[in-house]
Design a protein around this ligand. Sequence first.
Ligand SMILES: [Zn+2]
Ligand SMILES: [Zn+2]
Length: 351
Amino acid sequence: METFSVKAFGTEAPEADLQQMTIDRREVTAKDVEIDILFCGVCHSDLHTARNEWHGTVYPNVPGHEIVGRITKVGNGVTKFKVGDLAAVGCMVDSCRECEQCKHGNEQYCENGNVQTYNGHDIHLNKQTFGGYSERIVVDEDFVLHVPENLDLAATAPLLCAGVTTWSPLKHWNIGPGHKVGIVGIGGLGHMGVKLAKAMGAYVVVITTSPSKVADAKRLGADDVILSTDKEQMRANTNTLHFILDCVSAQHDVNAYLRLLKVDGTLALVGAPEHPLPIAAFSLIPARKNFAGSTIGSIKETQEMLDFCGEHAITADIELINIQDINTAYERLLKGDVKYRFVIDMTSLKG
Ligand SMILES: [Zn+2]
Ligand SMILES: [Zn+2]
């Protein structure tokens, strides 16, 4: 298969800093599009993978799965895109397309494992996939999204992971007017959860450990804020929420949050703490509560989310950085020192 070289930023080992390198991309095949990457969001998964914290990282590793750019080339069988179109790529670039989940449009739950945008298995080149910290990417059009023209492009990038990861469970559990929704944790995911749930018509309650986030939660659209460290506030809100989106990736006591749910309420995890979370049986049994999880979203859901964000003028709150600042950005990300997503201006790699 024909390939071409592009500049990228990646790492050769778990303890090594990210640095500039050269990687190969395949030349477009019939169904592929080539995208000139303009912006790429920085997701906590990038850091976990670069440092092999989830194990199984194949080096070199080039992270990045919140990609927006412009189409520079299309294969002769491409029907959905043309050269010059804005385009986006999220966390997946392919799936088996034959299993029950793929046939039902749930590629993210492909029974054979979807092909992740980075550190996945590239079936074309038979090696690891490389992500968006690079000049260009080549992707099958079925895994490429259209981007609304009215949104700020840099601030749109985080919608591709943080946006759809919160959108998909809110849609799956039919959140809308008349629902009281709790969002636990205001970071990259949580701040998108607040904006999306609010725009869907729900009454949004942010639950945070940090008094310093109260004002920001309201600015993002929260109707109410519960300080989880305040026992009186937690008690006063027992049995009040229909649904909770738990965006916290640190260890935490979910039983305290389950108490806030009404009968038949659901708490869905989208954050991923490293160790198991203990659940008391009586956190669930007396009110038939559900403890659930959700990951990213399908391609169809991702497009619906982008279109919805276009209609409602929703983007992420970002801090734009140059690729050369990525190692510092990772250190700040570890301290939660970003409101609320770093986005890389990819012209800094090309210059
Ligand atoms: Zn991500
Ligand atoms: Zn499949």
